[in-house]
Design a protein around this ligand. Structure first.
Ligand code: NAD
Ligand code: UGA
Length: 481
């Protein structure tokens, strides 16, 4: 069926961090293909259609210019899912796949309800032959579920013969570098059973991706490779974070260790930056998915191995929080503490699974008053993440003691440091790299502390300004911890 098949219309269900940028790049390279990105979240679609390109729902360098070139030419954002499915030759499923919150596998496996409802809608509305592409990250063998749903509808709908072919095409973009990752991917992975369908998708990517970078596998290898890639990346972060703790007690410096280790070509230098633990919407969920699969297949030792990566990640955040409380004499109730950075990494406004959430929640529970700053994250998002609304401005004037366990968003770093006992750098934004420490020191309470969980600050400058500094993984003698 796929042999003479030509893709003229693509539909992407899910206009999120992946669906939006991925389809924008495809639209930019394939002007003759009409692409409809659809979502049942009306506000999200409205933001994608906003004339003001600074209001797009996803902040990625270069994305606004691609949207400007393609939107309403061959790229359309809409809530009319039925229409987009009906008219498409190829449908990308790019919906969210978070960890299940209840029932069997709760806290471990992916909740596939959005994928399933999407597959049902496709099975109902699609016409003729449709190539269905899994873009979401899915547990191995999800393609079988999708096929079962699609082919079941086919059987019951005898009057309207429709056919499907299912491919797996996981996305490897990282937030903050999404456009570069999409334009220059390390590889494109296409898994499937039907060579013609694979070829059709390959032709789309080969418009800008060299052929040798396009890998073709069977469906299950493709699904499992995505989980494995994320697990390996996260494993490196937990490995270096575990070493950061040894450095602190042994006098070694984790940056020197990471540099020396990374120089071995077999190891490589990427993903060896120590920090407060990995965040983002995917690492934790994808490893937990792997753990769930291993347990399901009775591979308990393998499950424990991968679960330890997530455990170290949680431990890293806990030990940072305890270090802060300890340094402030074991008591932070009513003390102002400044959080610098709330996004899970720099270059994005995404806060999903950000270490800032856990660390802030722990500090709030101890009664601290948090002054939170982030150059891209909005106060409203922080309120959702902390499940705690910011105090109003009048209350802020009523003294710190009254504000125990509450927080306020500051646009200005220097204002956020007034009367603060400690500044904690959680996200490695450039804005924090060249601050005026003398000015900050004058505003802070004494003794003043800076906790640098990303190793981005100049220790000497800070010490010269009369501030105590703790840097993650720094066991050197200048570290006053
Ligand atoms: P997201 O939450 O930002 O976006 C998903 C969108 O799908 C939401 O806007 C939601 O409203 C929509 N949606 C859900 N069900 C729908 C339905 N039935 N019909 C229409 N719309 C529906 O998620 P995301 O970050 O874009 O991730 C999507 C998938 O890609 C996940 O599986 C994720 O693991 C994977 N992934 C994400 C990244 C990343 O950097 N965020 C990178 C690679 C892969
Ligand atoms: C990650 C992968 O890098 C992508 O390839 C993948 O497609 C994506 O997950 C996904 O499946 O969602 P992302 O989560 O956007 O991308 O960001 P990363 O750059 O991988 O960073 C993840 C977390 O690890 C961040 O909190 C970051 O600060 C932390 N990190 C990263 C470190 O602590 N140290 C490092 O050396 C690298």
């Amino acid at each position: 069926m796929d042999k003479l098949f030509k893709v003229t219309k693509i539909c992407c269900v899910g206009a999120g961090y992946v669906g939006g940028p991925t389809m924008a790049v495809i639209a930019d390279h394939c002007p003759e293909i009409e692409i409809n990105v659809v979502d049942n979240n009306k506000e999200r679609i409205e933001s994608w259609n906003n004339q003001d390109l600074s209001k797009l729902p996803v902040y990625e360098k270069g994305l606004d210019q691609i949207i400007k070139r393609t939107r309403n030419k061959n790229l359309f954002f809409s809530t009319d899912i039925d229409y987009a499915i009906k008219s498409a030759d190829m449908i990308f499923i790019s919906v969210n796949t978070p960890i299940k919150s209840k029932g069997i596998g709760a806290g471990q496996t992916s909740d596939l309800k959005w994928v399933e409802s999407c597959a049902r809608q496709i099975s109902l509305r699609a016409k003729g032959h449709t190539i269905v592409v899994e873009k979401s990250t899915l547990p191995v063998r999800t393609a079988k579920t999708i096929k079962d749903i699609l082919f079941a509808s086919n059987k019951s709908d005898l009057g309207n013969s429709k056919t499907f072919s299912v491919l797996s095409n996981p996305e490897f973009l990282a937030e903050g570098s999404a456009i570069n990752d999409l334009e220059n991917p390390d590889r494109i992975l296409i898994g499937g059973e039907n060579n013609d369908s694979i070829k059709i998708l390959e032709q789309i990517y080969s418009r800008w991706v060299p052929k040798e970078k396009i890998i073709k596998t069977n469906l299950w290898s493709s699904e499992l490779s995505k989980l494995t890639s994320n697990a390996f990346l996260a494993q490196r972060i937990s490995s270096i974070n575990s070493i950061s703790a040894i450095c602190e007690v042994s006098g070694a410096d984790v940056y020197e260790v990471a540099n020396a280790v990374g120089k071995d070509n077999r190891i490589g230098s990427q993903f060896l930056s120590p920090g407060p633990g990995f965040g983002g919407s995917c690492f934790k969920k994808d490893i937990l998915n792997l753990v769930y699969l291993c347990n399901h297949f009775g591979l308990y030792e393998v499950a424990n191995y991968w679960e330890s990566i997530v455990n170290i990640n949680q431990w890293q955040q806990d030990r940072i929080y305890k270090k802060i409380v300890d340094s402030l004499f074991g008591n932070i109730a009513g003390k102002k503490i400044t959080i610098l950075g709330f996004a899970f990494k720099s270059g994005t406004n995404d806060t999903r699974e950000s270490p800032a959430i856990n660390i802030s929640k722990s500090l709030l529970l101890e009664g601290a008053f948090l002054a939170i700053h982030d150059p891209k994250v909005k106060s409203e998002q922080i309120a959702i993440d902390l499940n705690n609304n910011a105090i109003n401005h009048d209350k802020l004037q009523n003294g710190l003691k009254a504000n125990e366990g509450s927080w306020f968003f500051y646009d200005d770093i220097y204002e956020a440091s007034i009367d603060s006992h400690a500044l904690i750098v959680i996200t490695e934004w450039n804005d924090y790299k060249n601050m005026n420490w003398v000015k900050i020191s004058e505003k802070m309470k004494r003794p003043s502390w800076v906790f640098d969980t990303r190793g981005i600050l100049d220790k000497i400058d800070i010490q010269k300004a009369g501030i105590n500094i703790w840097q993650l993984g720094d066991g050197g003698i200048n570290n006053l911890s």
